[in-house]
Each structure stands twice: as structure tokens, then as C-alpha cells.
Design a binder for this molecule. Structure first.
Ligand code: HEM
Ligand SMILES: *[C@@H]1O[C@H](CO)[C@@H](O)[C@H](O)[C@H]1NC(C)=O
Ligand SMILES: *[C@@H]1O[C@H](CO)[C@@H](O)[C@H](O)[C@H]1NC(C)=O
Ligand SMILES: *[C@@H]1O[C@H](CO)[C@@H](O)[C@H](O)[C@H]1NC(C)=O
Length: 543
């Protein structure tokens, strides 16, 4: 957080202190010095970014104070991109934030051309240590690194993300959905009230990730135990991911003092030990097989296998392997789970859109068989409903980089004007892609406030026209993983159930919409608890 970085030292000469000095005068002088220093620093910061218009507030939105205070009329926090989405970019798509009390200046953009520059691997924009800290709990990884280090990680991760993985994701999603329906006792119900859809989607996504990314062996009813057997892997995963901020920021002495921390520390240690053991297990298995015969297809196994084939300086350490396994939990769980819940929320409000999706499901799959991975490309309307929900609630809502050196960035002129303006950005400035703003920018979307899945119907598969997974060589490595899981889940779900908003007594659909279609912002951007009623769809009776 910016606060730790920016210590400006104010030097005092001890000779100015004399016994007869009036203390209040010293304090007064001290305050004046601080005020002058702040004014000068503020003006300098504004000049350094060529007075790019934007937010002027006491603290920067992404520093410690911004995080603690949140967004208020006099202050902006990391949630400003949601709370002030309607007014932040009224005149300019790229703005600056300069704090007059504390925190570094930042550049926020909702322009895709600027986004492409910020997320490029040119070396000019680097990952910030603070912003990637959470992902490195178990070691450096493909998300946290830059340059040649990043290439090394991505090279070893790459081979795992292939069609055989997506086939596995499809099959396991299907099985897990069926497990869920029977374990939750929904099999013979005509209607089911689900007060919080996220409870189901978070568990679902965790199991699919556990099976296909971690290669663990568990299902809806039988969670796998860690080696010590005291805590299930699912529990340990959930505990670590829910509390990662405490794991990072609690000083060691406090950890020892707080009894509640014991359980957290144990979850952290057990998950780490479990992953370490699993590296060993896989390595031995792989060495026992001739190449090409290895049957495990999960990301973890493929990662160990790819690393076995690397030589010399391209080989990753065990801690890097574990770092990369963990980052999938960090980057892939909440994001996918939230977006599934968001999709169901929108489809329950838009029955016409739901009908259109179901019609395609029946045309492509019918009633008599389970959907197969081969159907994925034909189920483009299911995917479109998911994409459109993700456009409204982009789970990865901020993409953060830091300027590695001073540079001048071309910034496109406001909509309707050709050309660009050069904007100098000093080394160390945080540059931020506001994904909420990008995906509501009228430059790219007609009627951005409307839920219209049809805007994605004609999209070529995996097209970079859909940008919520980022674009270019650092785009989300798990994109197809997430969409495969989502299309399978939604196809099964919507074929079985008509989804409607579950209203409170006396609540209107409009009221539900206001209550539910609002962001829950943490490390990812989610949606408020989604209550839905499921009504079993009648199937035409078989001849
Ligand atoms: C709806 C679901 C998802 C969304 C919206 C999403 C979004 C994103 C975005 C926007 C980035 C770029 C971040 C940046 O450059 O700062 C990213 C990167 C990444 N995502 Fe995802 N993601 C999703 C699911 C997944 C899944 C399921 C996995 C793993 C199985 C995953 C693993 C990663 C990794 C490892 C990176 C870093 C890639 C790199 O820097 O080379 N994500 N994701
Ligand atoms: C910001 O918007 C105003 C009004 O449209 C425009 O005149 C100005 O050039 C813009 N500034 C930048 C840096 O694009
Ligand atoms: C879940 O896993 C356990 C243990 O592996 C197994 O006994 C059980 O049959 C599985 N349940 C389902 C529904 O597959
Ligand atoms: C894209 O979809 C079409 C069918 O709509 C399919 O034939 C093609 O193989 C797909 N391409 C990829 C790369 O999946």
C-alpha cells in the first residue's frame, strides 16, 4: 500500500531546539512546513501528469486509507469504480487521481487502446508488489511476475490449458451438477427456493477447480482430507482464500497471540504441505510412465509434467509450482462462482433472454441426453448470457500496473474527436484499467445499461472482442476453463429449472433488482446475495 512506500523525511537540526523555545510555536512551525510541503508536492504531482483531469482527494483510492475509508463525498476508495461509475468518466475516458494529503498519483482508464498498452508485456508497465502479494502466499507465480520470469511461468503453465483439460472440465462440471442436485435433495422437488445462489455456485466452482486444476479427488458429499486428516482440503482452501488478507498483513507476534489465528495458520500450513506432497506424488508417477502415457489431465499434473521436461534455467522450483497451483484458486474461484450467480440473477429478471437460451439448449441437446463438450461451440447463446453478466459485473474489476520508468503515453481524444494527446506519466505511478468503466463505455457498447446477451451472439469463439478476461499475451489463462465450466453448468441448470427472482414479502421485482443487482467488492467484484426460486421445467412426455 502506498502509505508504506512514501516516507518523506523532514529533517530537523537539533540546534534549533533550545530550552527557552515555546513548544506551541514549534508545533505551529511544523504544521506550516507540512502544509507547504503538501501544497508543493500536490502541484508537482499535477504537473508531472500534465494536469490530466480527474479526482483530487485527501488519500489515493488504492492506498491503505482509501481501502479503510472507502468512497465518500470527500474521499475515493477502491470501490469508487462501482459507486461512481456514472460520473467518473463523463468528460474523459482516462483520468488521474492526485491526493493532496497522502498517496501516489494514479491514472485510471476506461479506454481499450490505453488498456492494451497498460497490459502489454513491453516492460514499461510492471506488476506491483503490493497488488500481487495475495497471490504469492505460496510462492511466485504466473500472475505475480514480469518479463523473463513471467515467460518462464507461462511457458510451463501453457501446455496444461488444452482441449483435454476442457474436456475434463466439462465432464466434471456435469457430474458435479448432478451430485449437487441429488445431494441437496432437489431431485424430486417441483420448486426449490435458494436464498443465496452463491452458496451453491461457490461450492460448485471450488469442486470443479479442485478436480480439474488441483487434481484432487473429491465430490459434493465426500470432501478429501488433508494428509493430517484434521481439516478437509476444501475447508483449508476456503479458509485460506477467505482470510488471505489476514495471512499477509498480520505481524508474526500478533499471529502468536491470537487464538483465532491458530486455525487459519493450520489451514495455511496444511494446504501447503498437501500441495508439496502432491508435487512429489506426481513427480514419481510421471517418472514411472513413458512419455505420452501419462493419464492425469488436471492442470497441476500437467504443470509438474511440463516442468520435468524443462531443463536448466527454464525449470521452476517446487515453490513456484505450488505458487502457480495456488494462484488458480486465487484467480479462478471467486471470479467464476460470482459470475455464475450473476448470470442467474440477470436471467431471472429477463425471462425473454432465459427463454431464448433454453430454446437453444433444447435445439442443440434436447431432453434425452446429457450435453457433451462437442456441443460447446453450438451453445453460443448460453455463453453470451454469461458474457453479458460478466460485462455488467467484471469479476476482475481492476487491472493494476506500475510505471517501470518515465514515459509518454498517447491518450485518445474524447469520443467523436480523432487523434491522441501525449500524456507524460512518471516512473512509479500506478496505472489502473477500470474494467467496470471499460465495459460500460458508450464508445464500445450501444445502450450499455441494458442486459442484452444478443450483442455477443455473432462473436467468433474466444474472440478478443470480449475483453473482461483482458486481452493480449497476459490475458486470463483460465478463460476457456471458466467458460467451459459455465456453459456446461448453465446448460444443465436451465434445462432443468426455470429461474425466477425470489421476492421478499411485499417486494416488487423492481425492488429485488435494486437490492440484488449491486456490487459486493473485495478482491474480486461480485454481486449481492442472489435469492432465486427454481421451478422445474416440464419435459414433453416420451413416446
Ligand atoms: C469468470 C472468470 C474469470 C475472470 C473474469 C478472470 C479475469 C482475469 C483477468 C481480467 C486477468 C488479467 C489480470 C491482469 O492482467 O491484471 C486474469 C488473469 C489470470 N487468470 Fe483469470 N479470470 C477468470 C477465471 C480464471 C480461472 C478459472 C483461472 C484458473 C484456472 C484463472 C487464472 C488466471 C491466471 C493464472 C491469470 C494470470 C495470467 C498472466 O498474468 O499471465 N482465471 N483473469
Ligand atoms: C478531457 O475532456 C475535455 C472535454 O471533452 C477535453 O476538452 C479535453 O481535451 C480532455 N482532456 C484529455 C487529456 O483528453
Ligand atoms: C464421492 O466420493 C466418495 C469417496 O471417493 C465415494 O465413495 C462416493 O460414491 C462419491 N459420491 C458420488 C456421488 O460420486
Ligand atoms: C469455433 O466454432 C466453430 C463452430 O461454430 C467450430 O467449428 C470451430 O472449430 C471453433 N473453433 C475453435 C478454435 O474452437
Amino acid at each position: 500500500m502506498a502509505i508504506f512506500l512514501e516516507h518523506r523525511s523532514l529533517k530537523f537540526h537539533s540546534s534549533t531546539f533550545q530550552t527557552d523555545v515555546d513548544l506551541s510555536k514549534v508545533i505551529y512551525a511544523f504544521l506550516i512546513i507540512i502544509v507547504i510541503e503538501r501544497i508543493v508536492a500536490f502541484q508537482k504531482a499535477c504537473r508531472a501528469i500534465n494536469h490530466l483531469p480527474g479526482i483530487r482527494s485527501p488519500f489515493s483510492p488504492l492506498g491503505a486509507f482509501g481501502a479503510i475509508l472507502g468512497t465518500r463525498w470527500w474521499q475515493t476508495g477502491s470501490d469508487m469504480v462501482w459507486l461512481r461509475k456514472k460520473d467518473l468518466y463523463q468528460t474523459n475516458e482516462t483520468i488521474s487521481t492526485v491526493s493532496w494529503l497522502y498517496g501516489s498519483p494514479m491514472i485510471y482508464t476506461t479506454n481499450m487502446d490505453v488498456m492494451k498498452q497498460f497490459t502489454s508485456t513491453s516492460g514499461l508497465f510492471v506488476k506491483s508488489y503490493e497488488a500481487t502479494l495475495g497471490s504469492t502466499l505460496y510462492g511466485p507465480n504466473v500472475f505475480s511476475t514480469d518479463g523473463t520470469e513471467w515467460r518462464k511461468h507461462r511457458r510451463v503453465m501453457g501446455p496444461a490449458f488444452s482441449n483435454s483439460l476442457y474436456q475434463m472440465v466439462w465432464d466434471e462440471s456435469l457430474k458435479t451438477y448432478q451430485d449437487m442436485v441429488s445431494a441437496e435433495g432437489w431431485s424430486d422437488k417441483k420448486t426449490v427456493d435458494v436464498p443465496v445462489t452463491q452458496v451453491a455456485t461457490f461450492k460448485f466452482a471450488l469442486i470443479v477447480l479442485g478436480l480439474c486444476a488441483f487434481g484432487f479427488d473429491f465430490n459434493w458429499t465426500e470432501p478429501a482430507a488433508t494428509t493430517e486428516g484434521e481439516m478437509t482440503v476444501q475447508e483449508a482452501m476456503r479458509t485460506v482464500i477467505d482470510n488471505y488478507l489476514y495471512l499477509i498483513f498480520t505481524p508474526p507476534w500478533m499471529k502468536r497471540l491470537m487464538p483465532s489465528f491458530k486455525r487459519l495458520q493450520k489451514a495455511y500450513d496444511q494446504l501447503g504441505q498437501f500441495m508439496k506432497n502432491q508435487v512429489q506424488v506426481r513427480r514419481e508417477e510421471i517418472r514411472g510412465y513413458a512419455s505420452g502415457e501419462y493419464t492425469r489431465k488436471d492442470v497441476f499434473s500437467m504443470l509438474v509434467q511440463a516442468n520435468e521436461c524443462e531443463a536448466g534455467k527454464n525449470k521452476l522450483e517446487d515453490s513456484d509450482l505450488i505458487g502457480n497451483v495456488f494462484v488458480m484458486l486465487f484467480a479462478g474461484h471467486e471470479t467464476t462462482a460470482n459470475t455464475l450467480a450473476t448470470t442467474l440473477a440477470f436471467l431471472s429478471l429477463h425471462q425473454d433472454a432465459q427463454d431464448e437460451v433454453v430454446q437453444q439448449i433444447i435445439e442443440v441437446v434436447g431432453y434425452d441426453r446429457n450435453p457433451a463438450f462437442e456441443d460447446y461451440n453450438k451453445l453460443n447463446k448460453v455463453l453470451a448470457a454469461f458474457y453479458e453478466a460478466l460485462r455488467f459485473f467484471p469479476a476482475g474489476y481492476l487491472m493494476l500496473r506500475v510505471m517501470g520508468e518515465d514515459a509518454v503515453i498517447p491518450i485518445p481524444n474524447p469520443r467523436g474527436q480523432e487523434g491522441t494527446q501525449p500524456c507524460p506519466i512518471p516512473k512509479g505511478t500506478w496505472v489502473v484499467v477500470d474494467m467496470v468503466g471499460v465495459h460500460r463505455n458508450p464508445r464500445y457498447f450501444e445502450e450499455p445499461e441494458k442486459y442484452k446477451p444478443s450483442r455477443w451472439h455473432g462473436l467468433p469463439n474466444d474472440s478478443e472482442q470480449f475483453t473482461a478476461f483482458s486481452v493480449g499475451s497476459r490475458a486470463c489463462i483460465g478463460r476457456k476453463f471458466a467458460t467451459t465450466e459455465a456453459v456446461c453448468f448453465l446448460t444443465m441448470f436451465l434445462r432443468d429449472w426455470k429461474v425466477e427472482p425470489l421476492l421478499r414479502a411485499g417486494e416488487t421485482v423492481e425492488g429485488w433488482k435494486t437490492r440484488v443487482l449491486d456490487a459486493k467488492i473485495g478482491f474480486t467484484l461480485g454481486i449481492k446475495d442472489v435469492p432465486v426460486r427454481l421451478i422445474r421445467r416440464e419435459r414433453p412426455s416420451r413416446m
